[in-house]
Write a protein that binds this ligand. Structure first.
Ligand code: SAM
Length: 281
């Protein structure tokens, strides 16, 4: 039973963390000419109008993309953040107003070259219907199917390089383990793949099962960053956002740290960011 809908959370602090990381990785990968297949295992709707009733209900973007957008002139000298905000401006009908927030299909697909590919998996029928309505380039495939199984079924890919985003809703506890097993199998089949995994930081700390399984499974070069709004245990619910990048591009750590140093004060006094190796080379 799928009930999660990302429209309730679009543009929140976790999206800022996730999509800034995706943006930085894609930017780096596209510097090389060799073609690349991108796979988004949990795509969502693709584009989120911020005035939608679901998004307005919680208004999480007000402690996410909105303060960054409002401060954008003062952030122009921070290169990663400036290009991320310019990309967001480019999807608005009026580039002065923030009316829509782009989801992962857009962050992965906005700069596809002719020989690159993007596969978008979305299992929720309603969410997939929204995704099907998006205008996307011809080398994007939308699949109404399970993303983890679909990723494995498509390996190895036809292009020399592979970049995957795994961004489940973790509605089921078993998803932490399923993500770990899928990632371990993916890396056995495509050793050079660059894989990004998002996970929530919740008081129950279930993300540790994912992290420990990857380490115990022998995977190397796992870089991790976390953005936290407050200390764990102060309130119920998600207190932070985590990202893993397997085979991170060179310099990712420094680029994100510089951007996040400008982001964190805008998201609240207790917001903290940190990054480093979970498992080194
Ligand atoms: N990646 C999106 C973004 O950054 O804009 C947000 C994705 S949201 C966190 C998770 C999505 O995964 C939901 O739209 C949900 O319907 C979908 N989903 C849940 N289980 C799935 C599965 N097994 N395969 C593919 N999609 C799934």
């Amino acid at each position: 039973m799928l009930s999660y809908q990302h429209a309730y959370h679009a543009g929140n602090f976790a999206d800022v963390h996730k999509h800034l990381t995706v943006h930085a990785v894609v930017d780096h990968l596209l510097h090389k000419a060799a073609s690349i297949t991108f796979v988004d295992t949990h795509a969502g709707r693709g584009l989120y109008p911020l005035d939608a009733s679901e998004t307005q209900r919680l208004g999480e973007y007000r402690q996410g993309v909105l303060p960054l957008w409002e401060a954008r002139r003062g952030l122009a000298e921070e290169p990663l953040l400036a290009s991320w905000l310019e990309a967001i401006a480019s999807v608005q009908t009026d580039s002065r107003r923030l009316e829509q927030y782009p989801g992962s299909p857009w962050w992965l697909g906005q700069r596809l070259r002719q020989d690159d590919r993007l596969q978008l998996f979305e299992l929720h029928p309603g969410e997939h219907e929204h995704l099907a309505l998006q205008r996307l380039p011809a080398n994007v495939r939308r699949l109404h199917a399970d993303g983890l199984a679909g990723l494995l079924a498509g390996l190895p890919v036809a292009t020399p390089r592979l970049c995957v985003l795994i961004d489940p809703s973790y509605e089921r506890k078993a998803e932490y383990g399923e993500v770990a097993e899928t990632l371990l199998t993916t890396m056995r089949k495509v050793r050079h793949a660059v894989v990004l995994v998002w996970y929530p930081l919740l008081p129950a700390a279930r993300h540790l099962e994912l992290l420990e399984r990857l380490r115990d499974g022998g995977l190397r070069k796992i870089w991790r960053s976390e953005l936290t709004l407050r200390e764990p245990g102060e309130e119920r619910g998600m207190y932070g956002s985590g990202m893993l990048v397997v085979n991170p591009p060179w310099g990712l750590d420094e680029r994100l740290a510089a951007a996040m140093a400008r982001v964190t004060p805008l998201l609240g006094e207790t917001t903290r960011y940190g990054g480093g190796w979970w498992v080194e080379e």
